[in-house]
Ligand binder design. Structure first.
Ligand code: ADP
Ligand code: MG
Length: 254
């Protein structure tokens, strides 16, 4: 993103949601955006996905201007938006269908992924019959099978309990390794950002802007126990300090 700013026209006049933001996301990396509620994280995603026109600035993908162009990136919205009347399999193939792949072909393509990534046996269930973690797997697989090199995930695990969230993080890292995609990830959980990412960009609000880039130089694969190592703790404290939290506090209020 090059100098992207967004001003919304509201009943109370113009609202400057995003100050010029420049972000460089290298290919194949796992990059997180963290910041307080309302700092413009979802707005950034909407701009990158081409759903929101920036007031100024450009979005480049592989060096090519993609500003306002939809269908270039996979995007999982903050709400999973699985269609309740479709089976898990038919939810997962939605992106392929939108791309014009015939349904039978899309189903054949998707089935092995459901098997391999923990949804085997659930193909013909409806979303309402699944646990929260299973629903997020289905929504994530749908985003992945949209078949673009870049995927945007907006707080995908925000509503999950701690244990399910930890399982989903492992699952996502496996998928990221298998697929080799570029992932941009929004979370308000600082520990999650440090655990998953190669890079963290910290944002602030009023107006929304990026205030710091923190490279996470912890080796991979990362065992869970990494969270207690001094290197990990130092990175987490740095993020919390940038978010304006006292040193030993959790990120709940973000
Ligand atoms: P975040 O995802 O970081 O919580 P958002 O990107 O959703 O923040 O929103 C950034 C700011 O822009 C918020 O103050 C929000 O209320 C405002 N905003 C978002 N969309 C619109 C819109 N369509 N019209 C007016 N204001 C908006
Ligand atoms: Mg948001």
């Amino acid at each position: 993103m090059e100098d992207v700013s967004v001003t919304f026209q509201t009943a109370d006049g113009p609202f400057h949601a995003l100050a010029p933001v420049t972000l460089n996301i290298p290919r194949g990396r796992f990059v997180s955006l963290i910041g307080p509620s309302g700092c413009g994280k979802s707005t950034i995603f909407n701009v990158v996905a081409g759903l929101q026109s920036p007031t100024r600035g450009r979005v480049l993908i592989d060096g090519i201007d993609a500003t306002g162009s939809i269908g270039q990136v996979g995007y999982m919205l903050q709400k999973d938006l699985l269609l309740p009347w479709r089976t898990v399999l038919d939810n997962v193939i939605l992106g392929m269908e939108v791309r014009g792949v015939p349904v039978a072909e899309a189903r054949d393509h998707a089935r092995p992924y459901l098997q391999r990534y923990g949804l085997g046996g659930f193909e013909n269930r409806h979303p309402g019959a699944l646990s929260g973690g299973m629903r997020q797997r289905a929504a994530l697989l749908r985003t992945l099978l949209f078949d673009s090199d870049v995927i945007l995930l907006d707080e995908p695990f925000g509503a999950l309990d701690a244990q399910t969230k930890a399982q989903m993080q492992e699952w996502l890292l496996k998928i990221w390794t298998d697929f080799g995609k570029t992932v941009v990830f929004v979370t308000h959980d600082v520990e999650e950002a440090v655990y998953l990412s190669d890079d963290i960009h910290v944002m602030a609000t009023r107006p929304g802007r990026v205030i710091a880039h923190i490279p996470v130089d912890l080796p991979r694969p990362r065992p869970r126990s990494v969270v207690t190592t001094p290197g990990f703790v130092a990175l987490k404290q740095r993020c919390l300090a940038l978010l304006g939290h006292p040193a030993d506090e959790e990120s709940e209020a973000a």
